[in-house]
Design a binder for this molecule. Structure first.
Ligand code: BG6
Length: 499
């Protein structure tokens, strides 16, 4: 299959940090169809060779085994081409079309890694040049809009020129191997399904903690903030993967129909819950992993009086028969103590305790997303020391129940150890899916709209009222109010990530 992948925003951060390295890995893994062209598009005036050199230099910053060797890169670089284009200038699209038409291909993928404000202009211009043919797919990077209305506007314009099955809305969390394994765990095994419900689960936690700050993305982050950057998309997609019903098959729409039902079942916000169940925060200066870090308002491109949140913790519920009454806690933030993305399923304590096991330490399943990639089932067991002390106690007083104390133990599965470290990364997987036309791991417009509808009252509330913005020192686990919020609901953050 020959392809053309047109990368709008071809010299931007996302292109050289994520997309081109992922394409390189696919090339290295021999999974990128041969005979393809990758055409970087941006405003800069560069020749093909200059573009290759620029990308080659930037890719030298990749750490570890993923960094290309010089020889490998020069082979890969033969796929790279470049077309200068001012994306708001209609004339430039004529040149782009002429360039693309010189090479015949089976599939053309237009990857829009630009600011979302440009999405509609790009689509209109592509259509004017008849570049929206049936074999064309369009990949849209997040954030798709700033709120429900702008999201609907973008979707309605894109849909004027491309059918839904040509539109690939990317949420790279869905491409992560750990998320594939969550689907495999739930729908490839019958073990967990009977206990995956309100009768046995007491609470669910999703933590997406980042050690990094906003780096050089100040202006972007100022208009985005943690709610739109992480919760509206990544965290809600993870919540869907946990809470959805088993799809009837693995077709894209079967999966997306089930995710949509979850998003539509999210408990609506009330005036009260907007106050009691959400905490927003912003990092101040501090020390992260031994390095001092400046506060958010001292970052480049950030207003000194900025009220943009870099941390959000919230409690919600999926109001349906499976999950009614089970709290879902979500937490994300930048400049937290360490990078740790995990989902914790807490199971209820035994109904009738015969061991003196503290009730608070319920069984749980931890799904590690990163930096660990694996899962751990936390159980109770009786170690030899406890057995002998229990026997002694029984000896002295025969009425003492056997096994006064249990110890926590773990069944641990590390996917990196099991499957090796050279696994297909999120962007690589999603790019190959887009080339192959597989939509399973992409987000449908109605899902996105349901997610925006749910976060919209929060955005409105923060816009209108003076909801407190709590500061937290860089290197901590967020504002203390996040701990208070979960404890008020009778739960606590997973031991490994609290304080
Ligand atoms: C992006 C956000 O979508 O996801 C970033 O814009 C965030 O702010 C990133 O850092 C996190 O992705 P990952 O894969 O590093 O967890």
């Amino acid at each position: 299959m020959s392809f053309q992948l047109v990368l709008f925003g071809g010299t931007g951060d996302l292109a050289w940090r994520k997309i081109l390295p992922a394409l390189f890995q696919a090339y290295r893994h021999n999974s990128l169809p041969r005979g393809g062209q990758i055409i970087g598009v941006s405003r800069d005036s560069l020749s093909d060779d200059q573009f290759r050199q620029l990308i080659g230099e930037r890719m030298q910053h990749i750490e570890g085994e993923k960094r290309p060797q010089a020889e490998e890169f020069s082979e890969f670089a033969k796929l790279l081409h470049y077309q200068a284009c001012d994306l708001s200038n209609t004339g430039d699209y004529v040149a782009l079309k002429n360039r693309l038409d010189k090479h015949s291909c089976d599939v053309r993928v237009m990857y829009l890694a630009t600011a979302p404000q440009l999405f509609t202009t790009i689509c209109e211009n592509l259509a004017t040049q008849s570049l929206n043919t049936a074999n064309t797919r369009i990949v849209l990077e997040k954030p798709l809009g700033q709120d429900l209305q702008s999201n609907q506007e973008i979707n309605s314009i894109v849909k004027k020129f491309f059918s839904e099955k040509q539109i690939f809305r990317i949420d790279h969390y869905l491409g992560k191997p750990s998320v594939q394994n969550l689907f495999a765990l739930r729908f490839g095994n019958s073990l967990f399904e009977p206990i995956w419900r309100r009768e046995t689960v007491s609470s669910i936690q999703i933590t997406l903690a980042e050690e990094i700050g906003i780096a050089s993305r100040g202006p972007f982050y100022e208009r985005t903030g943690a709610l739109k950057d992480m919760i509206q998309n990544h965290a809600l997609q993870l919540l869907c993967a946990i809470a959805m019903e088993p799809p009837i098959n693995t077709h894209a729409d079967a999966i997306r129909d089930e995710k949509l039902k979850v998003l539509r079942s999210l408990k609506p916000w009330t005036v009260k819950s907007l106050k009691s169940d959400i905490v927003r925060g912003q990092y101040s200066n501090g020390v992260v992993q031994g390095h001092s870090a400046v506060g958010y308002t001292q970052e480049e491109g950030v207003r000194a009086d900025s009220t943009t949140e870099t941390f959000v913790a919230l409690k919600t519920e999926v109001s349906n028969w499976r999950w009614a009454g089970v709290p879902f806690f979500i937490r994300t933030g930048k400049r937290l103590a360490r990078q740790d993305a995990r989902i914790v399923i807490n199971f209820r304590p035994t109904p009738h305790p015969i061991f003196q096991t503290p009730l608070s330490s319920a069984n749980r399943l931890t799904i590690h997303l990163q930096p660990l990639d694996g899962m751990a089932l936390h159980l109770f067991a009786q170690g030899p020391a406890q057995i002998s002390s229990a026997l002694k106690a029984t000896h002295h007083s025969p009425k003492t129940p056997l096994g006064p104390l249990l110890s926590p133990v773990e069944l641990n599965l590390d996917f990196e150890q099991r499957f090796g470290s050279d696994r297909v990364g999120a962007y690589e997987r999603l790019l190959l899916d887009a080339l192959a036309g597989r939509l399973n791991l992409f987000v449908r417009s109605d899902e996105q709209e349901a997610a925006w509808s749910w976060v919209e009252p929060i955005i409105e509330d923060w816009r209108k009222t003076d909801t407190p913005l709590h500061t937290y020192p860089s290197g901590s686990w967020g504002p203390i109010q996040s701990k208070e919020m979960i404890e008020h609901a009778g739960h606590h953050w997973d031991d490994a990530t609290k304080k």
